[in-house]
Design a protein around this ligand. Structure first.
Ligand code: C2E
Ligand code: CA
Ligand code: CA
Length: 778
């Protein structure tokens, strides 16, 4: 049972193996693809990071360039102012005015828009670049940024103002201031100069050394834009405060302002033109100013990055292509597989299963349930249908039969056409009668095929059937059923009508025995499996047993008794019979010797002699040698020869018979009347006895029986005239005895007296001790 289940499981498992394989390949392709993409994404990410880092450093460097430039510019301005402040030491504001006028005229060393001299009371005098002079503006009238700067400078510190709007000049200005100190170190006034922002603006528009262009915005401590690179997206037109523009989150702006209070460098992301952009803010180091910048141009795009992106897209495409290819191959294979399966499992002509598929299906069904019968079916003399009607018509017959079977086959059953006209069916039934009824119905229906096709040759089927009788693994069961059904079918072929033969174990055993005869006969002889049986021969006059016939019995090692009719014909064909007959003579002589030694009165025993012996030149000598071995007088052995043998060559026969007579053997003509009997034979052959074939008496048809009796009567008369002893075989009942006795036959042999029995039994029943006789006569 376990084996059965395992086989089934194995079979089931093997079926989707290809599908599984395919899934495995697909899965591994996808996995490899995904890992390739993941690895390359990680590569991209790390390269991007490294790239960004180096880019940021690059940005920082560029930024520093701008910062330095601005600081330098401011430094130069403030140095110029310092020189002026030193010049003004101990001088009056008038002197400053003249000096400033000259200076502005020359416009040499500076690019100031305006230069002025201031004291604690306010502006004393100042000169514009175009030479316009202004004088005596009180401190309170000055811009607050200017006031703050002057006051700061009056404390002795150099500084620059916040950016402020000058009404008079109508532009944004930045002012530098330097204290004018007296010899004692006290601050007497302040020299201040204003500059517009265009100079710084120019710095931002110049390309830096390390970067072609950087977007820079210069803001004060509240984020208000002082100056910016030209048309930078970081500070679109109209933006006043860098931190309150649309793209900057309010919270981000808030925290930026906080950080700016602490003068920290900071960065945050803003939305620029729909993209996220990181903005860096670097403290300028003066007035709480900051320089803001961002990479608005290429966001860290490097060629490696795009190569990687391209390679990623490419590998994705390759994977897709592989998958596509894989699916195409699978699809194509599926198609050809189907085609192959068809070729491998289906019969092309009829579309039914072929034999392989049938056995597979039968195994599967038998694994589930064993109530089945296997039938093999064949069309009688199909080769004539082929020859007479032609191949096309014969094919039609096969197709029709297949269609009929398809109709008559139920669920959980299957059938196939094997080769030519051989069909196999597996019917779900454990009852012979049911199976017979179904097969006979098929046969009847098949009979109509000829009419349907208008074919003049009858479609007659012969079939063999085997029922499941024992449990075994399905493969074994199917093999066994096929073997048995085919065996049964072989026996059904003999009749000219629809026949279904069921497998018969005894018949099979017999056939197997026939097949094994040749291989086992030699060893059987050596092992003394051939045994001597004796059948009495009775003198009809007094009922005395006066003789016996030696008949061979083959006792097989398994104790089965095999009758001579089953093996003598085969032995005659293969020549072994000659050996067996001499062996039987030997057994008979040995028996006679035993009896003689035991004090029994011996009787004459007839031994059947095959025709083969008569063709052996040394037959007579060998026979005598056997007899002499046991010292048996030759008269105790009678040799039975077949009538047919005498007909073959009567002259040669008589020569041998004469030799045998000479040696003292009695001769008997066996089975007289069985073949083409001729009275001439009886007259022409030199025998001592004739045995009439048992068929004379066994005939059951009354008219034939009468004729037989008449013939027998005349032959007995003839034999008597020729002085040949007469024996009637086949005496089965008393009437037989009475009849043969009435026509003058001398001896009878048959079941009426006894069937052949072993010698021991024979001696017990029929032999007398010589001592008994002498006692009687006394
Ligand atoms: P057979 O020589 O004609 O032997 C007589 C056969 O008739 C025996 O069959 C015997 O059992 C059978 N028989 C006897 N009385 C009756 C009866 O009343 N009714 C019927 N129906 N049958 C009866 P058996 O022993 O089976 O032998 C069959 C044949 O085999 C013999 O026919 C003989 O030709 C041959 N045979 C037997 N033993 C030998 C042998 O040792 N050598 C050779 N060459 N042939 C043998
Ligand atoms: Ca005989
Ligand atoms: Ca006989």
């Amino acid at each position: 049972m376990a084996l059965l289940k395992r086989n089934k499981a194995e079979k089931r498992a093997s079926r989707p193996r290809m599908h599984q394989r395919f899934l495995q390949i697909t899965l591994s392709t996808v996995l490899i693809g995904i890992s390739l993409i993941v690895v390359s994404c990680m590569g991209i990410a790390s390269i991007q990071q490294a790239n960004r880092k180096s880019y940021n450093t690059q940005l920082q460097t560029s930024m520093n360039e701008y910062w330095l430039e601005m600081r330098n510019r401011m430094g130069t301005d403030r140095e110029a102012l310092q020189i002026m402040a030193e010049y003004m030491q101990g001088k009056s504001s008038e002197e400053f005015r003249d000096f400033a006028m000259d200076l502005q005229d020359a416009r040499q060393d500076n690019s100031f828009l305006r230069m002025g001299y201031y004291t604690r009371t306010g502006m004393q005098s100042r000169v514009r670049a175009d030479g316009t002079l202004e004088e005596n503006i009180p401190m309170e009238a000055l811009e607050p940024e200017v006031q703050q700067l002057i006051n700061y400078a009056l404390q002795g510190k150099k500084s620059a103002s916040q950016v402020y709007y000058d009404e008079g000049m109508q532009q944004q200005l930045i002012m530098y201031a330097a204290p004018v100190q007296a010899a004692n170190g006290s601050v007497t006034g302040v020299v201040a100069a204003s500059k517009d922002l265009s100079a710084f603006q120019k710095i931002f528009t110049q390309p830096s050394v390390s970067q072609s262009k950087l977007d820079v915005v210069w803001v004060d401590q509240s984020g208000r834009i002082i100056a910016a690179s030209e048309s930078t997206p970081l500070a679109p037109q109209g933006t006043e405060n860098f931190l309150s523009q649309a793209g900057v989150d309010e919270q981000v702006a808030q925290s930026a302002l906080q950080q700016m209070e602490n003068n920290e460098a900071l960065h945050f992301t803003i939305q620029l033109e729909g993209k996220e952009q990181t903005v860096y803010m670097q403290p300028f180091g003066m007035n709480g100013w900051y320089l803001c910048y961002a990479d608005t141009i290429n966001s860290g795009k490097s060629p490696i990055y795009s190569i990687l992106i391209t390679s990623n897209v490419l590998s994705g495409m390759i994977i897709l292509l592989c998958l596509g290819l894989l699916y195409y191959v699978r699809w194509a294979m599926w198609g050809s597989n189907k085609e192959l399966m068809k070729l491998a499992y289906y019969d092309r002509l009829t579309g039914t299963y072929n034999f392989e598929k049938f056995t597979q299906c039968a195994e599967d069904l038998l694994a589930e349930d064993s109530n089945y019968a296997l039938i093999t079916m064949n069309i009688r003399q199909f080769q004539y249908i082929n020859e007479i009607l032609g191949k096309a018509q014969a094919d039609q017959v096969l197709k029709k039969l297949a269609a009929l079977l398809r109709q008559m086959i139920g669920e959980k059953e299957c059938f196939c056409r094997s080769n030519a006209d051989q069909f196999y069916l597996l019917l779900h039934s454990s009852q012979e009668e049911q199976v017979r009824a179904r097969v006979e119905a098929i046969m009847e229906q098949a009979g109509t095929i000829a009419q349907e096709l208008n074919v003049s040759y009858p479609v007659i089927l012969y079939a063999g059937a085997a029922m499941v009788q024992e449990s075994a693994p399905p493969e074994e069961l199917v093999r066994d059923l096929l073997h048995k059904a085919e065996f049964a079918q072989k026996h059904a072929v003999k009749k000219y009508q629809n026949v279904l033969a069921f497998y018969d174990r005894a018949m099979h055993r017999k056939e197997n025995f026939q097949n094994s005869i040749e291989s086992s006969m030699q060893s059987a002889l050596a092992k003394q499996e051939f045994q001597l049986f004796l059948q009495p021969k009775v003198r009809l006059e007094n009922g005395q047993v006066e003789g016996a016939e030696a008949l061979v019995r083959w006792i097989r090692p398994d104790e089965t008794l095999v009758y001579p009719n089953e093996f003598i014909p085969a032995f005659e064909k293969n020549g072994f019979c000659a050996r067996l007959d001499l062996y039987m003579v030997d057994r008979t002589c040995r028996q006679l010797r035993e009896w003689m030694d035991a004090g029994y009165e011996p009787i004459c025993i007839s031994v059947n002699q095959s025709r083969l012996l008569f063709y052996q030149s040394d037959y007579v000598e060998r026979l005598c040698a056997v007899m002499d071995r046991y010292h048996i007088p030759h008269g105790y052995i009678q040799l039975e020869i077949l009538e047919g043998l005498a007909i073959e060559n009567i002259e040669q026969m008589n020569k041998t018979l004469a030799q045998l007579h000479e040696k003292g053997f009695r001769l008997s003509l066996d089975d007289f009347g069985s073949g083409y009997s001729s009275l001439n034979v009886l007259a022409g052959i030199q025998v001592d006895e004739v045995k009439f074939d048992k068929d004379f008496l066994l005939e059951s048809a009354p008219d034939k029986k009468e004729k037989n009796k008449l013939a027998l009567k005349n032959v007995v008369k003839l034999a008597k005239d020729l002085q040949i002893t007469t024996v009637a075989e086949g005496v089965e009942v008393q009437q037989d005895e009475e009849f043969v006795h009435s026509i003058g036959c001398e001896y009878g042999q048959g079941f009426f007296y006894s069937c052949p029995i072993p010698p021991e039994e024979f001696a017990q029943r029929y032999l007398k001790k010589a001592s008994d006789r002498s006692q009687k006569s006394e």
